[in-house]
Design a protein around this ligand. Structure first.
Ligand code: HDL
Ligand code: ZN
Length: 427
């Protein structure tokens, strides 16, 4: 990717800003969190690696917007329509009848143009023909090249039967798709996970006994090793409540998950702030957010300073406290502008805050992509949005007399957006 592709307006005339834009454009990036899958695991029919315009337009970000402009629609009735019919209606309502002004709407238009398709099309015939006529491996190659990515981290759940079948069948790994062991299904809403875990031979019981804790820790260690995972991750409600809360998931996090992370020497990603199903009628689009008790996170970090935590918070109002906590605890690496924060204003605000408080020791962004082609617009836009805060800081540094050259910029950006997840030594 070149800076001129990213910044159609051409060079800014500021040599430092242009240097940052060029290095960001050319940087091979590790995407630390996505919901994509190795192509060898399966495709749309298995609900694994999703591709194509119908999957793109039925992404839950678009559906939330559709129901706003079509309050007559019954989301439950809409959800059982054929996926192509859903996509047709999204295209008509959000892209034809009105301008797709939202972040994800503009993103799809940028994607279509990057793929040589017409964002002004009256219908989806051209986009569907392109998807039909494009070999999937070739599409993966094209998308990674257009997005400027080295690798993406998946979200892997052994308790998902379809995904587990792929692991049990075995497949030739594509090194561009890195495993990340996701824990929600194993520790949230206990004792719901018990039946699924026991079906896998994990000797847990309904009580949070030592037997349960030991068996769960063994499950995590075994599957992390089996997947050759890069880290473990879990999404959590806004309030941690540590250490006083008696929430089952907190007990399991402290007694089983953190010891497993320590045993594996692997980072633990905490994605905090989700209020699940604020509006259940909207399905995956029905989740909301809440501010996080960062002081409880600080206590968790303080009690486990030998474990490395990658943390992203969903509430804008919690971001400053997260940066301050990261100044107190080197085992905390803030990452990404997650979900409702993945837009120009929030990325700019949060990145400037992080650079000022932390220097180049955090992970600026991840995509959260659910459909392969989303990587193209999510990463082209993120690079554009990251250019201004980084350029401003390097420009000020240069103006102070400190040398700023291509090597130092490349080194910093690689540490932050490369395999090292923020440039700190792994735990
Ligand atoms: O829990 C998560 O990983 C979130 O990213 C959810 O999957 C959410 O639905 C999402 O896709 N956000 O972008
Ligand atoms: Zn996600």
């Amino acid at each position: 990717m070149t800076a001129s592709e990213l910044h159609p307006g051409g060079p800014s005339g500021d040599s430092t800003a242009d240097l940052v834009a060029q290095e960001l454009a050319a940087l091979p990036i590790t995407d630390v969190h996505t919901h994509l899958f190795d192509p060898a695991m399966g495709g749309p029919a298995d609900r694994l690696l999703l591709t194509g315009i119908d999957e793109l337009l039925t992404y839950h970000y678009h559906l939330a917007e559709l129901f706003r402009v079509r309050r007559d629609l019954d989301p439950e009735e809409f959800a059982v329509r054929p996926r192509a019919a859903q996509a047709d209606l999204v295209w008509q309502e959000l892209f034809v009848a009105r301008a797709p002004l939202s972040e994800v709407g503009r993103g799809v238009c940028e994607l279509l143009t990057a793929l040589g398709l017409d964002p002004n099309a009256a219908d989806l015939a051209e986009a569907r023909a392109f998807h039909r006529d494009t070999d999937r491996e070739a599409l993966v190659d094209r998308v990674f090249e257009l997005a400027g990515l080295t690798e993406v981290c998946m979200t892997n759940d052994p308790l998902d039967g379809i995904e587990r079948a792929a692991w049990e069948r075995g497949f030739d790994r594509d090194p561009r798709f890195v495993a990340a062991l996701r824990l929600d299904s194993a520790i949230m809403n206990w004792p719901q996970p018990v039946a699924g875990l026991r079906a896998l031979g994990v000797d847990v019981e309904e009580t949070l006994s030592e037997r349960t804790v030991t068996a769960l820790r063994g499950y995590l260690v075994d599957w992390h090793r089996r997947m050759d995972a890069r880290y473990m991750a879990v999404s959590l409600p806004p309030i941690l409540g540590y250490p006083d809360s008696d929430a089952n998931w907190l007990q399991l996090l402290v007694r089983a998950v953190i010891p497993a992370a320590r045993e594996l020497g692997t980072p633990l990603a905490l994605m905090i702030g989700v209020r699940r199903q604020v509006n259940p009628r909207l399905g995956m689009a029905g989740d909301g957010l809440g501010p996080t008790d960062v002081e409880a996170l600080e206590r968790l970090l303080a009690d486990h300073q030998d474990v490395r935590f990658l943390v992203t918070l969903l509430a804008r109002e919690s971001q400053h406290a997260l940066c301050v906590a990261a100044r107190k605890f080197a085992n905390l690496t803030p990452f990404g502008c997650w979900w409702f924060l993945n837009n120009e204003a929030m990325v700019d605000e949060i990145t400037r805050m992080r650079l000022d408080l932390l220097g180049p020791s955090f992970v600026p962004q991840h995509s959260d992509a659910r459909v392969l082609e989303q990587l193209v617009f999510k990463w082209r836009r993120s690079r554009r949005w990251l250019t201004a805060p980084f350029a401003a800081r390097y420009r000020e540094l240069a103006a102070s007399g400190r040398r700023v050259d291509r090597e130092v910029v490349r080194q910093d950006l690689t540490a932050m957006l490369g395999r090292g997840f923020g440039g700190q030594a792994s735990s």
